[in-house]
Design a protein around this ligand. Structure first.
Ligand SMILES: Nc1ncnc2c1ncn2[C@@H]1O[C@H](COP(=O)(O)OS(=O)(=O)O)[C@@H](OP(=O)(O)O)[C@H]1O
Ligand SMILES: [Mg+2]
Ligand SMILES: [Mg+2]
Ligand SMILES: [Mg+2]
Length: 379
């Protein structure tokens, strides 16, 4: 934690995109926070791939896409959700809630930086209709690709964590010609200070939320990584990965669900590297944010089973740039850089390994050995 700056970094590359992304993510975080405190079972549906999606995921995507669309009308958006299930007859009450929540979030007279304020009139000049908001959700249907600008949005990353009252993140990134240039991530349940105790899951249900929770992470390629509270102070603090002299002192950050990243293989890798501290398990890209600010050192996401799952670009774009700008290196299990120019998925990559630059090669070597021992060396 070495220096501070304010949020108006005008003159620097991508200053407007950075401000608009902060505004969009902040509004989406107030919305999801409110949804969590009032969530009932009927507000969640199960998608075709059996994963959950809530009224919070849909409304947050509608809000962020509306804001991005009003500032950068020709920019494609690759967003996780679409309106197909919502348009069904039986989803009427979900639609009604989304209309109310999204309009509240867009109309909130929160303070914005001056360049965003002027354009804010475009979206908060009156309530948007149900159809306008469903179309806003579907602005996220871009197929992505390696040319030009596009935004990647995960309106709630770690939906299972969100539902449990654990960690989740609103994640937005600007990708240009396949390279992430801007990343903004809001983690409403993460303490401002890495050294504060993590809240126990569910602790902040029914309005009992601690006021030191809610952290925003901001990065632009070549400009460093920063954090600040989501609500309240706009003073940003530069963050960097922890300084450790050898990997034996490191700790891992890994997924909660063994179905998303192999815990058994991680344990063997820890053994190979001489790591003795227990792994920290949390949902969402809060894992990237945690290692970027030194609250953990290595993020491992190893393929499970036959390794056929293709990681989605919105699950990694903002987090990967944050770690890179905080002194880390992010790759797949073979050490290949993540390729965000292949469409909606990272189809040229398998899994994710993020660690401090100087130690990344050693981790990749241990990952290779552990997979070899399991007979999965071909992955
Ligand atoms: N099989 C499989 N393998 C790997 N990853 C998967 C898989 N299935 C889903 N997902 C994606 O995982 C996202 C949540 O990742 P997390 O690291 O937070 O997982 S976990 O909740 O801790 O288990 C989750 O993101 P959200 O849907 O935004 O929550 C999914 O996109
Ligand atoms: Mg999901
Ligand atoms: Mg996700
Ligand atoms: Mg999601």
């Amino acid at each position: 934690m070495s220096s501070t700056t304010t949020s108006s970094s005008s003159g620097l590359p991508y200053a407007l995109e950075r401000s608009v992304a902060i505004s969009a993510v902040t509004r989406a975080c107030s919305l999801t926070d409110k949804v969590f405190r009032n969530l009932v079972a009927a507000d969640t549906i199960t998608k075709k791939d059996k994963s959950p999606v809530t009224v919070g995921d849909y409304s947050a995507q509608a809000v962020v896409n509306t804001i991005i669309g009003s500032h950068f009308p020709t920019d494609p958006i690759v967003g996780e959700e679409d309106s197909k299930d919502l348009r069904k007859e039986e989803a009427k009450s979900l639609r009604d809630q989304i209309v109310q929540l999204a309009n509240e979030a867009l109309g909130d007279p929160a303070k914005e930086c001056p360049s965003v304020q002027v354009l804010a009139e475009k979206w908060n000049s009156g309530d948007l209709s149900e159809e306008q908001l469903l179309s806003a959700i579907d602005r996220g249907n871009s197929e992505g690709g390696s040319k030009g600008r596009m935004w990647a949005l995960d309106p709630i990353d770690g939906t299972k964590g969100f539902l449990r009252g654990g960690q989740y993140a609103v994640c937005l990134a600007l990708i240009v010609d396949g390279e992430v240039q801007v990343g903004v991530m809001g983690c409403p349940n993460l303490p401002h200070d890495a050294s504060s105790p993590k809240p126990k899951e569910g602790e902040f249900g029914a309005g009992a939320k601690r006021d030191d929770l809610g952290t925003l992470f901001i990065t632009v390629k070549g400009q460093g990584a920063f954090s600040r509270p989501i609500f309240g102070s706009e003073v940003e603090t530069r963050i960097s990965m922890r300084s450790i002299s050898n990997l034996g002192e490191a700790s891992f950050c890994e997924s909660v669900e063994a179905g998303h990243s192999s815990h058994g293989t991680n344990a063997r890798i820890a053994e190979l590297l001489g790591i003795t501290s227990a792994s920290v398990r949390m949902d969402s890209q809060a894992k990237y944010a945690s290692i970027a600010r030194g609250d953990g050192d290595v993020y491992l996401r190893l393929p499970v089973g036959d390794g056929s799952y293709q990681e989605k670009i919105w699950d990694h774009a903002s987090g990967a740039l944050l770690v890179a700008e905080a002194g880390g290196q992010v790759s797949d299990i073979r050490g290949r850089p993540l390729d965000f120019g292949q469409g909606r998925t990272l189809r040229n990559n398998k899994g994710v390994v993020a660690a401090k630059k100087e130690m990344h090669g050693q981790v990749i070597k241990a990952v290779g050995q552990a997979l070899e021992e399991e007979g999965r060396g071909h992955l």
